[in-house]
Design a protein around this ligand. Sequence first.
Ligand code: AMP
Length: 210
Amino acid sequence: MNLIFLGAPGSGKGTQAEFVSEKKSIPPISTGNMLREAVKNGTPAGLAAKEYMDRGDLVPDETVIGILKERIAKDDAQNGFILDGFPRTVEQAKALEDMGVNIDLAVEIYVPDERICARMGGRRVCDACGASYHLEYKPTAVEGKCDACEGNAVQRVDDKPETVLSRLKTYHEKTAPLRDFYSERGKLKTVEGQEEIADTTRLTFEAIGC
Ligand code: AMP
């Protein structure tokens, strides 16, 4: 099963992608996590991506599509995968089709902008494995430490309020048109993001039928 998670930054799509990944035993593939890793390791793709990410802009398609193509060719992705944060533009969605990738379902996690802005300050991410947390909704067992590994759960540089606004603008301009793209193909389901993560997870599982 090949799934896509759509949603504004901070909608909780990464968290839901992790839950569905456990349930369906297929890997979550987050282009944001891969790009942050590339920046940390100073790879050519990371060097090309950093300035865009710091500003909250999209990284050019050429770089992201290259990274994604390599990732979905790996063995663990052959029985399915969950894309989190890709595609972000109609061009990227068309590139997926051109690669011959069949998407079974695009799940949109919908959260209004006002709630996104209120939530973002509490968001944390593991600097080693990329797992996502929230100070209020999904705290780590030990403050500042990832539950899954030895990493530190830290605030992302691009989660600062000014950058969040710019990322939301980019989302509405460039990514929201993907709703129509997948809806026209009969592949879109929308889940309303709830206050409690577990409630969103229940609705997400229902939408996917798992
Ligand atoms: P995310 O973790 O999905 O919020 O992504 C963090 C940042 O990585 C975004 O603000 C973009 O700068 C970049 N990024 C992640 N995925 C993509 C993508 N599919 N296309 C372009 N830029 C991306």
